[in-house]
Ligand binder design. Structure first.
Ligand code: AMP
Length: 511
């Protein structure tokens, strides 16, 4: 089943309903989008002569054409390679070269950087800039029929953020994306035709993957007018669209909850905000629920099993919150329907309830492997299980609690310390806006815990009070040995806190 069939079906079922919009303005109906997609697919296959399975890269900021290029790739039986537009030109060059993309679509703002990256890579890829006569000619080609694909044919090469070493391209097939879509409607949020999704996060990553279930249910793809995340603008879009869903990294939710517009936003139009990609601290979740009500669902996934490891529906979040079950609120929810999830020791033996180990996943959403990287594929998929690199434990009710990435765990005096536990406590203090805990080399203990803390505007941090809070809530050996106040935490383009940068900063500061 080719994912492009969803667009074709919508064009028949709701031809005049909005498919693509910029802010409040509709720019294409489903009938129009299908025509654009079928023509662009024709341009790629017939005019440019691409063969089935070849790669097409997208280095584009969020825009309606993003959706059209993606679906045109699938319609044509090609593999899309969405690349984070904020990467360094050297990283762009690496991915263009490594993916062997034949064509790279770029938005005009990125044209120069993309041309330079392609030249640097010595790649033979052809760059097509959106809106140029070349793009218009391709988009006006004769339409072709939807290509027949096999379930394991590739749809998306998902390049990981590469915080450790070179980025790796997770090979996601049509089967993977369809399994993910099925699970989304069962485990995260039931289908709601007639709604809209606001793409407030990059479409090369989080928000782009959400596009697939959203298109499957015929929702309009709404691209905010500004090309960066603006909490006020996103809240303002609730005046124009109904049954709105969106993906948001926890930091984005915090910004929306703190925005003055939150008080007057038309919340009846906000169906669900799904958070994922990083832990949502309980204190922040409570603040967001207080502002927006029970409109939050969670999912835990990674590029290698996109959107699909565990999750919590709005109802599950609401139930835990009403019962004041903080452990459950801090959990990542239940295994999703299409996957098996287990917590295992270093030899992949399943661990009993309560014990912390690596999270392993098996099922139809799990990638086929890494593109052109057999060693990493064999290592990550050994024994038929995806090794996520995340640590966690199950409770007796089957809820998974994520601890940290294994590389972020701190080992001090022989004991494992999970930074998130300490961060959750620090964030309960009213003067703390953000906190991130790392392990630093320590001659006596191997590693020591250090907390980087951002104060709320106008507040002065009282380290003694923070220490007392830790002593009240967690074992003595886990409390930070040092605190560092910082203006803002370093974050990736996806809003993830970059602990590697904090560790480097600490090393520099300590000489
Ligand atoms: P990526 O492949 O870039 O999407 O990053 C996936 C990683 O983000 C996972 O392996 C987790 O470490 C983290 N992550 C994703 N979802 C969640 C979540 N709901 N809670 C905590 N961490 C998450």
């Amino acid at each position: 089943m080719n994912l492009a069939r969803h667009v074709a079906r919508n064009a028949k079922a709701y031809p005049d309903a909005p498919a693509l919009a910029v802010g409040p303005r509709v720019v294409a109906t489903w009938r129009e989008m299908e025509t654009h997609v079928a023509r662009l697919a024709g341009g790629l296959r017939m005019t440019l002569g691409l063969a089935p399975g070849e790669c097409v890269a997208l280095i584009m900021r969020n825009c309606p054409e993003y959706a059209e290029v993606l679906y045109a790739c699938w319609h044509a039986g090609l593999t899309a390679v969405p690349i984070n537009a904020k990467l360094h030109p050297k990283e762009l060059a690496f991915i263009v070269d490594h993916s062997q993309a034949r064509v790279v679509f770029a938005t005009p703002d990125l044209a120069q950087a993309v041309n330079e990256a392609v030249a640097d890579a010595g790649a033979r890829a052809r760059v097509i800039v959106i809106g140029t006569p070349e793009h218009r000619a391709l988009a006006g080609a004769d339409p072709i029929a939807i290509a027949r694909v096999e379930p394991d044919d590739l749809a998306w090469l998902f390049y990981t953020s590469g915080t450790t070493g070179r980025p790796k391209g997770a090979m996601l097939s049509h089967r993977n994306e369809l399994a993910m879509t099925t699970s989304y409607f069962i485990d995260i949020d039931p289908a709601q035709p007639g709604g809209a999704i606001v793409h407030a996060a990059p479409m090369s990553h989080g928000s782009g993957v959400y596009m697939i279930p959203s298109v499957a249910q015929g929702n309009c793809q709404v691209i905010p007018e500004s090309d960066h995340f603006d909490a006020g603008e996103v809240l303002g879009l609730l005046d124009h669209w109904r049954h709105v869903s969106m993906f948001a990294a926890p930091t984005m939710i915090n910004r929306m909850a703190q925005h003055p517009r939150a008080a007057s936003a038309k919340l009846e139009n906000l169906r669900v905000v799904v958070w994922g990609g990083a832990p949502m601290y309980v204190a922040d979740l409570e603040a967001a629920i207080a502002k927006f009500g029970y409109r939050f669902a969670q999912l835990y996934g990674q590029g290698e099993s996109p959107m699909t490891i565990t999750g919590m529906t709005r109802a599950l979040v609401e139930d835990a919150h009403r019962r004041r079950d903080m452990d459950r609120l801090a959990s990542a929810g239940l295994p999703q329907t299409v996957v098996e999830v287990k917590v295992a020791d270093a030899e992949d033996r399943e661990l009993p309830v309560g014990e912390v180990g690596e999270i392993l996943v098996r099922g139809d959403s799990v990638m086929r492997g890494y593109w052109r990287n057999e060693k990493a594929s064999a290592e990550t998929l050994r024994g038929g299980w995806l090794h996520t690199g995340d640590l966690g434990s199950f409770d007796a009710s089957g809820y998974l609690t994520l601890r940290d990435r294994s590389k972020d765990m701190v080992i001090s005096g022989g004991s494992n310390i999970y930074p998130r536990e300490i961060e959750e406590v620090l964030l309960r203090h009213p003067d703390v806006a953000e906190a991130s805990v790392i392990g630093v080399p320590d001659p006596q203990w191997g590693e020591a815990v250090v907390a980087y803390v951002v104060a709320r505007p106008g507040a002065t941090l009282d380290i003694k009070a923070l220490d007392a809070l830790c002593l009240d809530n967690i074992a003595r050996f886990k409390r930070p040995k040092a605190y560092r106040e910082i203006d803002a935490l370093p974050k990736s383009a996806y809003g993830k806190i970059l602990k590697t940068e904090l560790r480097a900063r600490y090393a520099k500061e300590s000489g």
